[in-house]
Design a protein around this ligand. Structure first.
Ligand code: GLA
Length: 409
């Protein structure tokens, strides 16, 4: 009896400590069950940088619906840097009241009412890259605030993090998001510096593998203290990372530049390669005013389906010849996506003899063997069936462009 009394007393005193969630009882594991296919949506940064306000975000949400983007699978409407105002006397973050006079909860409600989801951006350091308040030292309060607004996606950047270790800093925010109690997709934006693929799988749902994308197909932009990378440069930096990707945890080669000024062929190649990589498809253009060509690229159902294939296997470069690379991505049901990418500024012929080239992917334990199986061939961008694998494939790939095929059993 006496023992029981002590036990009860002990429990009663421990309960408040547990309820407050002291640091020793945190859960440092992300929410499972989110982003089982690569996340799809829109983010403000690539087109609008710091020029964000609630009018823009509402208009983009409207346009996501009207343009068919939502129905094509693009769910998240994410505000990147510069939405922040000040912290209040208790330390809680609030949006810039001039730019977001109705507040974040009202904006989230509006986005949700359109059948979309809402994302925000913060930074593990003292300030964001744009000089707004960062979450360092405020992780639990910020996560609580985001949850109260109805946030569904957090991109978490890495500026001004002197003295922090990436894994620990990101885990702190993971624990904060758990504590806040709302399932939020956690996007690790640490630019690949500390190899997030090695530790990110239990911490977040996607991780940037490189520095920022630059709106250019084949160039690297030197900003003095940092560089940003065109489509091909980013593509090349994905080498060796495919084993880390899978349902719930994706390599993120950065957001799309489709519709931001590259010619249509380069936009098509960019979108195709991100689909082959099972990359998150976070668009970065002005959805309100996009051209029919841009819309057709972003909402191409067959290409999106390759990206979203539920097997969740990142594609790989199989071979390269005369500036034409052959990429393969195993798909559910023993099917395959095949892309010929022409990196050169001239059209290039391509021949692929399926029967002469049996392919085994040891990672996914799948095989493309046209001597055993005859696959039907579909030319995805041409929206045409293209015979079977009994015959070698022959075509000309235009400059800075792709031919994308799906092989079905
Ligand atoms: C970093 C990120 C970008 C963007 C900006 C915002 O550069 O990598 O994607 O979020 O910060 O300032």
């Amino acid at each position: 009896m006496k023992n029981l009394l002590f036990l009860l007393l002990g429990l009663a005193t421990a309960a408040p400590a547990l309820a407050q969630g002291n640091n020793y009882a945190q859960n440092y594991h992300k929410y499972e069950g989110l982003a089982l296919t690569p996340p799809m949506g829109w983010n403000s940064w690539n087109k609008f940088a710091c020029n964000v306000d609630e009018k823009l975000i509402r208009e983009v949400a409207d346009a996501m619906v009207a343009s068919g983007m939502r129905d094509a699978g693009y769910t998240y409407v994410n505000i990147d840097d510069c939405w922040h105002g000040e912290r209040d006397a208790q330390g809680f973050i609030h949006p810039d009241s001039k730019r977001f006079p109705s507040g974040m909860k009202a904006l989230a409600d509006y986005i949700h009412s359109q059948g979309l989801k809402f994302g925000v951006y913060s930074d593990a350091g003292s300030q964001t890259c744009g000089g707004r308040p960062g979450s360092r030292g405020y992780e639990f309060q910020d996560a609580q605030m985001y949850a109260s607004w109805g946030v569904d996606y957090l991109k978490y950047d890495w500026c001004n993090t002197e003295g922090l270790k990436a894994e620990g800093a990101y885990k702190t925010m993971t624990a904060a998001l758990r504590q806040a109690g709302r399932p939020i997709v956690f996007s690790i934006c640490e630019w690949g510096t500390d190899k997030p693929w090695d530790w990110g799988q239990t911490v977040g749902h996607l991780w940037r593998t490189t520095g920022d994308i630059y709106n250019c197909f084949d160039c690297i932009e030197d900003h003095g203290t940092w560089k940003s990378f065109g489509v091909l440069a980013i593509l090349d930096k994905q080498e060796g990372l495919r084993q880390y990707a899978g349902p719930g945890h994706w390599n993120d080669p950065d957001m799309l530049e489709v519709g931001n000024g590259m010619p249509e062929n380069e936009d098509r190649a960019h979108f195709t390669m991100w689909s082959m990589l099972a990359a998150p498809l976070i668009t970065g253009n002005d959805i309100r005013t996009m051209s029919p060509q841009t819309q057709a690229i972003l909402t191409n159902k067959e290409v999106v389906a390759i990206n979203q294939d539920k097997l969740g296997v990142q594609g790989f470069r199989h071979s390269a010849k005369d500036s034409v690379e052959t990429w393969l991505k195993p798909l559910n049901g023993g099917n395959w996506a095949v892309t010929f990418l022409n990196r050169s500024r001239r059209p290039q012929p391509v021949t692929f003899d399926w029967k002469a080239t049996p392919i085994v992917d040891s990672l996914s334990k799948t095989e493309l063997n046209a001597t055993k199986t005859t696959y039907k061939v579909r030319n995805v961008w041409a929206k045409k069936d293209a015979g079977t694998t009994k015959k070698a494939f022959q075509a000309t790939v235009p400059a800075h462009d792709v031919i994308m095929l799906v092989l079905r059993k």
